[in-house]
Design a protein around this ligand. Structure first.
Ligand code: PLP
Length: 436
């Protein structure tokens, strides 16, 4: 490929359509992707205008990740500084300060029982590791029959095979994988509403299901408080308290997948904090590196690690090539310092207020089923599947980048989004909801 041939936007996009898979896309792509030239603060700069704008305010934080915005001087400096020392070294037999500091920091800021950290290279792998930890724990302590997982419907935990098995059966397209995915135990979606009372009928169903399956259950795995890609639904932290009690009573491990909710997004540093409960295993990702590089983490308790280490195979059998990548760890450390060095909760609440105010007018609008806000997450649920191309274009006309899916137009802006830009984001959501 001659270099010159690659210079025009048109040609790049042709190559993109011909050769590049995009998330959940057909080949070739049905919709041409937008070419991004750069990103700074909360703005993406496109090669060509969309909806009349080349600069779009990012209402998605690159899928929950870029909580400080783009091209941030502090995060850039952390990457550059680490790059001068080393970008990567293997983690087998070697270690380094960025990873050590990160692990210690994560242990410090997550619930106290979580003591050990596995640094994985994506959220799905972190969930794989979490599930492997649980199954291996029960094998090691002489209960190999405990190898199923229980979860509630409407969840999303990633796209590799074991995580897919605990995604919502419809959203996760289980029908495509009959005979391939492990068969897990499902209960209905938790009743909606962060502020709603715990539904006693649902609680009884949960208790009964955990009890009936306890002998074969390795763990319960859920996204606490916010179910993300499975439907953008919120539920009461009371269900987390209930799950903790049920798991304790019946000898089942509890896994919280905080890959989307971690680092303040739901209005607490971790969604588990809303209920003041600790899981046995917690997965983090997405915002871990401030959206700069791919890295995720699986944390577990001392008891779980000790159990695994007492087994016939006394090691955790997982070790990706790019485990603990120093660049990613260095920028994760800088991102956490940046977040915790400011009054992040006030910023998240400011975004929450702006979303509530800006989206309130959509409640009851034609085609709108529900409007809900929790922390720095705003959701408009339609009563029909969204026209993704039309809705994306309508948001872009307001100068905003959104990526609606299914029947949902939603936003989780970077925490640094200022009020005027936030008002434009909510205008973009409204335009997308009407057009969609
Ligand atoms: N778990 C949750 C709750 C998620 O939201 C996601 C991604 O959307 C994942 C796991 C998978 O993470 P990744 O896309 O980094 O593999």
């Amino acid at each position: 490929m001659l270099h010159d041939e690659l210079t025009t936007t048109q040609h790049l996009l042709e190559l993109d359509r011909a050769h590049v898979w995009h998330p959940y896309g057909p080949m070739p792509a049905a919709i041409t992707a937008q070419l991004v030239e750069s990103a700074s603060g909360v703005r993406l700069t496109l090669a060509e205008p969309l909806g009349g704008h080349r600069e779009l305010i990012d209402g998605m934080s690159s899928w929950w990740a870029a909580l400080h915005g783009y091209n941030h001087p502090v995060l850039n400096a952390a990457v550059r500084g680490q790059l001068e020392r080393m970008s990567h070294v293997m983690f087998g037999g070697l270690t380094h300060e960025p990873a050590i500091r990160l692990a210690a920091r994560l242990v410090e800021i997550t619930p106290e029982p979580l003591q050990h950290v596995f640094l994985a290279d994506s959220g799905s792998v972190a969930v794989e590791v979490a599930m492997k930890m649980c199954l291996q724990y029960w094998q090691s302590v002489g209960r190999p029959e405990k190898r199923r997982l229980l979860t509630w419907r409407g969840g999303y935990h990633g796209d590799t095979f074991h995580p897919m098995s605990v995604c919502d059966p419809e959203g996760g397209m289980h029908q495509l994988w009959g005979g391939v995915l492990p068969q897990q135990v499902f209960v209905p979606e938790p009743p909606a509403g962060f502020d709603a009372e715990v539904d006693q009928e649902y609680a009884a169903l949960l208790a009964d299901t955990v009890e009936r399956h306890a002998a074969e259950l390795a763990a319960v795995i859920v996204e606490p408080v916010v179910q993300g890609a499975g439907g953008m639904r919120f539920h009461s932290p009371g269900y987390l308290t209930l799950l903790r009690r049920l798991c304790d009573e019946h000898g089942v491990l509890l896994v919280f997948d905080e890959i989307a909710t971690g680092f303040g997004r739901s209005g607490a540093l971790f969604a588990a904090d809303h209920a003041a409960v600790s899981p046995d295993v917690m997965c983090l990702g997405k915002a871990l590196t401030g959206g700069y590089l791919t890295m995720a983490a699986t944390l577990c308790t001392g008891e779980l690690a000790a159990g695994i280490s007492r087994g016939a195979v006394p090691v955790l059998a997982h070790g990706p090539t790019f485990m603990g990548n120093p660049l990613a760890a260095a920028v994760a450390n800088a991102s956490i310092d940046l977040l915790l060095g400011q009054d992040w909760l006030t910023e998240v609440k400011r975004i929450e207020d702006g979303l509530r105010t800006g989206l309130a007018g959509l409640a009851g609008a034609p085609g709108v089923l529900d409007v809900r806000v929790q922390g720095a997450i705003g959701v408009v649920q339609l009563d029909h599947p969204v026209d993704m191309a039309g809705a994306t274009e309508a948001a872009a006309r307001e100068g905003v980048w959104l990526r609606p899916f299914r029947d949902l137009v939603y936003t989780m802006p970077p925490y640094v989004t200022q009020d005027a830009d936030l008002a434009r984001i909510t205008a973009g959501v409204a335009a997308a909801a009407v057009a969609g």
